[in-house]
Design a protein. Sequence first.
Length: 459
Amino acid sequence: MVKNCSDSSITIASWIRRLSLSLLLVGGLSCPSWGQEVKNAEIIGTPRVDKDRGRVTLRVKVKDANNRPVGLQEQDFTLKICQPQGESNNNACQTLDRADILDWKNPKEAEPPPAWIIVLLDFSGSMKRSDSSGTTKISGALQALEEFNQDLARRAGETKIAIVPFSKGGKRCTGNRVTDSELNNFEDASKIGLEKYLQDLESQSDSLCGATDIYRPVRKAVRFLGNRTDTRFNPPEDSNEPEPRLSIVLLSDGYHSIYHGEANEAELEQKDFDDLLNLLNKYPQITIHTLGYGLTPQQLQAKYNLSRYPTIADVGKVEAEDFTNPNRLAQMAVPAEEFVDQKRLQQIARATGAIAEFAGNAEDIAENLTEFLEALLGEYEISYIQPRNNADRGSEHNVTVAVKTAGNAVASDAKTYVFPWVGPALPASRRKQIILSVLGLLAMFGVVPFVIWAKSIKG
């Protein structure tokens, strides 16, 4: 009986925590920013023009200093329309009145954009170790991904997800090499195929082996999503299809350890990291959210009573069992299977304007994945009427969105669009009236005089 009561208490506490997160996400994306300072505002994609109704629609992403989405209200936004430099126009720039704004939607109200997500899942041997809750890390990660899949399935929009395990093999381990075929294994979140795939990965959890090879799988995934010839990820400029959001989620419990033990390990790791950063600069449309699974440097310092935070240079100098000897603690060593390279994971995420998180158990992993999803799909949608004194046929326009909160004001870079119209199309009822009027005039001044003339000839 005591056990049942304890289990119930744990379950209730777990649901309270999840409910609190849900309320925070809903509130943060539909209410004022609650003290969050806006650091970046960006117009995503090309403004969409409806020439028949004289309407322009923007998608806007707003983030704080940690690349997390910021909750704002309509009055926090200001739009300015300008003619490009060199155009002769007395009203080169015009700030839109509130009456010109036809519609404003927060990220919870706006239809999510199409998205392609690749989850790179660390499948190395250390993922068989237990996390802070006593569950093996691989089981915790797969459980969190199942909840992530259910969250995606509840949303509108078109989101495709591929879960790709990775590890570096060795003499006694085949590892999990990332290939284009595995990267292309996308599923709709609502499909049962993804659940079956997660179950299949769970069945392989006892045989996990190999080292953590972070940079090569990420490079492979970036090149795959960045393929200019694949219209799924990069639609043609003249396409009416919305531009999809492209994202990679990197979940790892280790560090780039394929050179572990080699004399020039640090130099080789640095070169691989630099190569990755150079590649990321070529594909700014791809974001990489990173999720470290394990103990933070602060937690490792406390666990092993170290004098400072351990770094990758301190990994493996002393075996785990040697930490029972107090005289060895001064060597600043940590077991290789417990070290997670928080610094590199943060650098990768920040290089792409994404979020870096750290988790110690499956519940934290699930919450962080939800946060990644909000950051990927959370966009404001603003529609406005093109100013009539600035709407010549084929004219170019630059639009800028400024966001002002109690803390500060930030303006986006300008986005250019062409408005190919002279005036908006009239409503259907008005067009019907005009057609009937024209027909009446034709009958009065054309048909009737002809009939009278014809009768006069016969008479």
